[in-house]
Design a protein around this ligand. Structure first.
Ligand SMILES: NC(=O)c1ccc[n+]([C@@H]2O[C@H](COP(=O)([O-])OP(=O)(O)OC[C@H]3O[C@@H](n4cnc5c(N)ncnc54)[C@H](OP(=O)(O)O)[C@@H]3O)[C@@H](O)[C@H]2O)c1
Length: 308
């Protein structure tokens, strides 16, 4: 089968013909329908995540997978060949950028029934991260003023929609076509981040979900109310700087959690949309990753293995 692999940190991911994997006890084999790309895949490839997610080489990229079960390992109960499923693989194991992926049965969730199976892969990391930010770290609720950066990005597009379903007043940042996209997804206010610092346009924000970092984190403290919360997604925030100004700042560390994943996958049969930037064939994974690295994706870029 084809799989997109690196042989060492810093390698360019390349498509290889490899042995089809075999599910061990407690695992299933999934024929991959969709493998969503994430900035995490780039960070792992570069070696930046080694302290958190050490990998073994050759390493097959990809954490976000949807597909159909084709084989069951020993001691797997409650799942059947033919079941459509979604999973978030342990980043240290990877394995989603391939025609077949081995998935621990305890990480499987049933696929949504009302959207194409490939599209559901787009929620595995991004939607679950957004839900973690909004409900587990921030506890966003009705009437709060919430600023979500990059409302047309992977995590931001889910966070924006989820915060709206909780009846928060949602302000988001975007640019170009992202401005319309963020409005369509339900943002109450959309700020063009290319039109200058947003700090002068906002005040009294209860919660900022920062999916960008750097200068955006710094400026976010200027718009938070006293006692407000910054949820930092790309990197650990400067908590001292925040507390010196009477604010809280927390880093979100996303670990796979099948219960949380089942919750967000269930939302895809309701009000929450997977914003799709584009699909590409598995062979085009290097181009997909280059595009992602440029930092302007509008939603999810999903690889689809076109099995001959
Ligand atoms: N801590 C964790 O466990 C965890 C979990 C998930 C993700 N992450 C991290 O969170 C970050 C976001 O992930 P993602 O999947 O959402 O990324 P993404 O989809 O690749 O983000 C791209 C989006 O960012 C927007 N953007 C870039 N610069 C911006 C700025 N200055 N202001 C506002 N928007 C801007 C782009 O819009 P424009 O085209 O308008 O620039 C684009 O729509 C990544 O660093 C990722 O690694 C961390």
């Amino acid at each position: 089968m084809r799989a997109v692999q690196i042989a060492r940190y810093g390698d360019t991911p390349t498509v290889h013909d490899v042995e089809q994997p075999f599910p061990g006890p407690g695992e299933v084999l999934v024929r991959v329908t969709g493998a969503a790309t994430n900035p995490l895949d780039l960070k792992i490839t570069a070696g930046y995540m080694h302290d958190f997610f050490p990998v073994q080489f050759p390493y097959t990229l990809g954490t976000d997978v949807s597909g159909t079960i084709t084989a069951l390992g020993d001691t797997v109960h409650g799942w059947n060949v033919g079941d459509p499923v979604v999973a978030r693989l342990d980043p240290s194991d990877g394995g989603a950028y391939a025609e077949f992926a081995v998935v621990p049965a305890d990480q499987l969730v049933h696929a949504p029934t009302s959207i194409p199976l490939f599209l559901a892969a787009g929620a595995a990391t991004a939607a679950a991260t957004a839900w973690q930010a909004i409900t587990e770290i921030a506890d966003i609720h009705a009437g709060q003023r919430v600023l979500i950066h990059a409302g047309a990005g992977g995590v931001g597009s889910f966070a924006l929609q989820m915060a709206r379903t909780l009846h928060a007043h949602v302000i988001t940042t975007a640019s170009g076509p992202g401005l319309h996209i963020a409005h369509d997804l339900g943002a109450d206010e959309v700020i063009d981040h290319t039109s200058g610092p947003f700090g002068s346009q906002l005040a009294d924000i209860d919660v900022v979900i920062d999916t960008v970092g750097g200068a955006v984190e710094e400026q976010s403290l200027d718009v938070l109310r006293h006692g407000g919360l910054l949820v930092a997604v790309p990197m650990p925030p400067d908590t001292d700087r925040a507390s010196a100004r009477g604010m809280r700042a927390e880093f979100l560390f996303h670990a796979s959690d099948p219960q949380r994943l089942a919750t967000v996958i269930g939302m895809l049969d309701g009000d929450i949309r997977v914003l799709l930037d584009q699909t590409l064939d598995l062979d085009e994974a290097p181009q997909a990753l280059q595009y992602l690295a440029a930092g302007h994706a509008k939603g999810k870029v999903i690889l689809i293995p076109q099995t001959p």
